[in-house]
Design a protein around this ligand. Structure first.
Ligand code: PMP
Length: 407
């Protein structure tokens, strides 16, 4: 199958759109789960905003302010369209972490939800807020036990069935530590049948495959621009309209109010109710450019390309003696591993110094998951649209060399 996007541009040439690969032609960048590189259209959007439109939004009536406001709201519309939601359902945040903190705090203030549940494999961003808000507000917190890397639906069923009160299940659509993909439809049905609501941490999932918020029946979805070619410091919280309307705001300040009196305040409607203060306007224009770039590709072919690289990586690494793959057999975009005789940090450093390969080593902000796997840290290779078969081959060659060197 030709690896091409809708306009016929070869995926093999995608690297040309990314200035970092002109700067470092030999770079094999396999740390995409941490953050992705930016195409020149995204970088140019940021420069263009500060050159031509820089102004605050939703306030003044002068020309620049009006242009900045239009761009900012265009970005919101693009984010909404990207996941099939409507603009009022899209709250701009600093990123996934802030989206999840906002939710954990606001849902804690509601008497409706007495229990928060998060699987052991969650990124700390989707674990610690629920754990800590439970302690602070006297809610019950249930860390769902994980054997290996996958959520077993029987375990979930045991925990959520017969609950007397409303609960929140906060779970990743795709885990960052091993690339386990949640069977979202099944889990959503189970949660709703038991009277709960579901929050999907989409930090890894949304960059990788088309997602239909409306059709998914998910209650809330959080994701970050920087993991899908956009700038850092901006992301989104998407929510069901009636839930967003019911939730109290998280932060107070300018632009989130309706009327302020000396002793009380009423709040703006959604989504402004959750956007106190000057937002990341330049970031929103970069987010818009990133979505435009992704929309210009045939996303099904891109997803298949990444799947192919992931399974090739499984194949190559499983033939290296002493190497243990921690990811599920059918992981998505991510392969995590340890070697019995080389420490993950030594391996990552060796790969960078000798092969210009960038992988992540450490606990991947998922210490409970590492504990469950019986390790303290691991290596992680993660793929995105500009990676190639050669990148996987260089990784495998580099690991073989490292094993010989340290062995
Ligand atoms: N959840 C997951 C699954 C992630 O991979 C990450 C980032 N590694 C986050 C949450 C946090 O995202 P951010 O740092 O952009 O807020």
């Amino acid at each position: 199958m030709p690896l091409s996007n809708d306009s016929g541009v070869s995926l093999a040439r995608i690297k040309e759109d990314f200035p970092v690969f002109h700067e470092y032609p030999g770079l094999v960048y396999l740390d995409n789960a941490a953050t992705t590189h930016k195409p020149d259209t995204v970088i140019n959007a940021l420069v263009s905003f500060y050159t031509r439109e820089n102004s605050n939004v939703h306030r003044a009536v002068h020309r620049l302010a009006e242009r900045a406001t239009v761009l900012f709201e265009d970005a919101r519309r693009a984010v909404a369209d990207f996941v099939n939601a409507v603009p009022e359902q899209v709250v701009f945040t600093k990123g996934t972490t802030e989206s999840l903190n906002l939710l954990a705090y606001s849902l804690s203030l509601s008497e409706e939800f007495k229990t928060f549940i998060a699987p052991q494999f969650e990124h700390h961003s989707n674990f610690v807020p629920w754990q800590q808000m439970s302690r602070r507000f006297g809610r019950e917190f249930i860390p769902l036990e994980i054997n290996g890397a996958e959520l077993e639906l029987d375990t979930l069923e045991r925990v959520i069935s017969n609950r007397k009160n409303g609960f929140v299940l906060a779970v990743s659509g795709l885990t960052n530590s091993t690339g386990f993909k949640l069977p979202i439809r099944q889990v959503v049905d189970m949660v709703h049948k038991s009277g709960g609501i579901i929050v999907i941490d989409g930090a890894q999932l949304i960059p990788h495959e088309p997602f239909d918020f409306e059709d998914s029946m998910v209650d809330f979805l959080a994701f970050s621009a920087h993991k899908m070619l956009g700038p850092t410091g901006i992301g989104a919280l998407v929510g069901k309209r009636e839930l967003l309307e019911r939730l109290p705001p998280f932060a107070f300040g300018g632009e989130m109010i309706d009327r302020v009196d000396l002793h009380d305040t009423t709040f703006a409607s959604i989504p402004q109710k959750f956007e106190a203060g000057t937002p990341n306007i330049a970031g929103a224009t970069g987010f818009l450019a990133a979505i435009d770039y992704l929309n210009g590709l045939n996303r099904t072919i891109v997803a298949e390309h990444i799947e192919r690289l992931t399974s090739l990586c499984h194949e190559e690494l499983s033939s290296i003696p002493g190497l243990r793959i921690l990811s599920p057999e059918k992981s998505h975009g991510i392969v995590s591993f340890v070697h019995e005789s080389v420490h993950p940090h030594d391996l990552a450093e060796f790969l960078s110094q000798n092969f210009d390969v960038a992988i992540r080593s450490g606990h991947h902000c998922a210490q409970p998951q590492m504990k469950g796997l019986g390790i303290r840290s691991s290596c992680r290779a993660s793929f995105y649209i500009y990676n190639t078969v050669e990148d996987v081959e260089v990784l495998a060659k580099g690991i073989r060399n490292a094993v010989r060197w340290f062995g």
